[in-house]
Write a protein that binds this ligand. Structure first.
Ligand code: S3P
Ligand code: PEP
Length: 427
């Protein structure tokens, strides 16, 4: 599906979807708990559906119940993983989180599991797990280095060491599972741990479910064994990674207000507010967060801890003035597409001036863009960032493959229209 946008300035209020990252974690902790939990205020997306699918295959019961939040879903989750008779084949869709979070849990469930997926997920890195499996006697069989991947065996309490510069998702996967084993474990990052805020978010969620990890902020995590997840009820807060698109829109056009966000969140992407402010944005924070039209100027932006913000930051920087240098973003090449290359290519097609570096971008603010045809690269964050860039285009902008927003934000185009965006769908 292509979307043809007639440039206009967005304005108004939007209730942002609830956090996908917290949603995955809450569903997993609930599925590991004995007893019944309710996970409230879920924004259903393809990635969240993938996590539910896998947890159900591993034996958890997940049932949709009426939500107290308009347009949202609540899930009643009855925990308990069971060994099934035969090998399970599970479809992770395109969700890196689902695959990496649930591989250790699949081992814990005692099943032989064949993990399948689509798009880039088939090739996204899994080597840190392979090294651990080699050291700990777990058998695994990838297909041409990727998915489908068969994993069989079990993990014992012990010492686990893995690189921290590929994806923090491996740490989350192990951190969530190791406390269930019948002895203590130590998890070590052999490099500085990137995307650290996502690990903190994991520990936060585990703590809410009564599970403890000892961590002094360094590279070692001490994980007492024989712990149990407690069931509970939790309503997921708004998603800062998604709010980032609307806040950037507000600085480029007319004021845009985001509702549903929590101040002092465990989400590292909350930093979008201070990054935009540093670029010169006027942002008001009350119960909601509102961005106002502002002249943005170039900055050095370190994205080590907020990789998902890169596409929209590249757009904001292009629409400002001066040079922005995005640094520590090598991992951003390992997402749904090579996001450094994709956003540089597409912005340059429409009058931007973006240069790729091995681990970052140099962006010259050009203020205004031309419009034309761009690709969404089958990557939700590229498509959504380009949609916001349309505000500064002098002519129509066609985004090819715009349906990819379903991965994280199926209502994105509806919200775009609610904020005054004008577009036509071209099949
Ligand atoms: O743990 C999570 O929820 C996520 C971690 C990040 O990945 P990396 O740790 O691979 O950077 C982020 O990019 C992804 O969208 C969600
Ligand atoms: C990279 C993302 O997700 P995942 O790694 O879970 O596929 C994302 O949502 O931008």
């Amino acid at each position: 599906m292509n979307i043809r946008i007639t440039p206009t300035r967005l304005h108004g209020s939007v209730v942002v979807p609830s956090s996908k990252s917290i949603g995955h974690r809450e569903l997993i902790c609930a599925a590991l708990a004995q007893g019944e939990s309710v996970v409230e205020n879920i924004s259903v997306s393809q990635d969240i559906e993938a996590t539910c699918r896998l947890l159900q295959a591993f034996g958890a019961s997940i049932e949709e119940i009426p939500s107290a939040y308009e347009g949202r879903t609540a899930y009643r989750v009855k925990g308990g993983l069971t060994k099934q008779g035969e090998a399970l084949t599970v479809d992770c869709g395109e969700s890196g989180s689902t695959l990496r979070f649930l591989i250790p849990i699949g081992l814990y469930s005692g099943n032989t599991v064949v993990y399948t997926g689509r798009g880039q997920l088939v090739k996204r890195p899994l080597e840190p797990y392979y090294r651990i499996f080699d050291e700990h006697g777990v058998s695994y069989k990838p297909t041409e280095g990727g998915l489908p991947l068969t994993v069989e065996g079990c993990l014992q309490p012990g010492r686990y060491a893995l690189a921290g510069d590929v994806s923090s998702q491996f740490f989350t996967g192990l951190l969530v599972m190791l406390p269930l084993l019948d002895g203590d474990s130590v998890l070590e990052s052999t490099t500085p741990l990137e995307s650290l805020s996502y690990v903190t978010m994991t520990l936060d969620c585990m703590a809410r479910h009564g599970v403890d990890v000892q961590w002094d902020g360094g590279r070692l995590f001490h994980i007492p064994g024989n712990q149990q997840y407690m069931a509970g009820t939790y309503a997921v807060e708004g998603d800062y990674s998604q709010a980032a698109f609307w806040l950037a829109a507000g600085t480029l056009g007319h004021p845009v207000e985001c509702l549903g966000l929590r101040h002092s969140s465990s989400q590292g992407d909350e930093v979008i507010v201070s990054i935009l402010q540093r670029m010169g944005a006027v942002i008001g924070q009350t119960d909601s967060i509102a961005a106002h039209p502002s002249q943005l100027t170039g900055q050095v932006i370190d994205v080590e801890d907020c990789p998902d913000l890169v596409p929209i930051l590249a757009v904001a920087a292009s629409c400002g003035q001066g040079t922005t240098h995005i640094i520590h973003g090598a991992r951003v090449r390992l997402k749904e597409c090579d996001r450094l290359h994709a956003i540089a290519t597409e912005l340059n097609k429409i009058g931007g001036c973006v240069e790729e570096e091995p681990d970052g971008l140099i962006i010259c603010g050009v203020g205004a863009l031309t419009g034309g045809r761009v690709s969404g690269w089958n990557d939700h964050r590229i498509a959504m960032a380009l949609a916001i860039a349309s505000q500064r285009c002098s002519g129509e902008l066609v985004i090819e493959g715009a349906e990819c927003v379903r991965k994280s934000y199926p209502d994105f185009w509806q919200d775009f229209a609610k904020l005054g965006g004008i577009y036509r769908v071209e099949e």
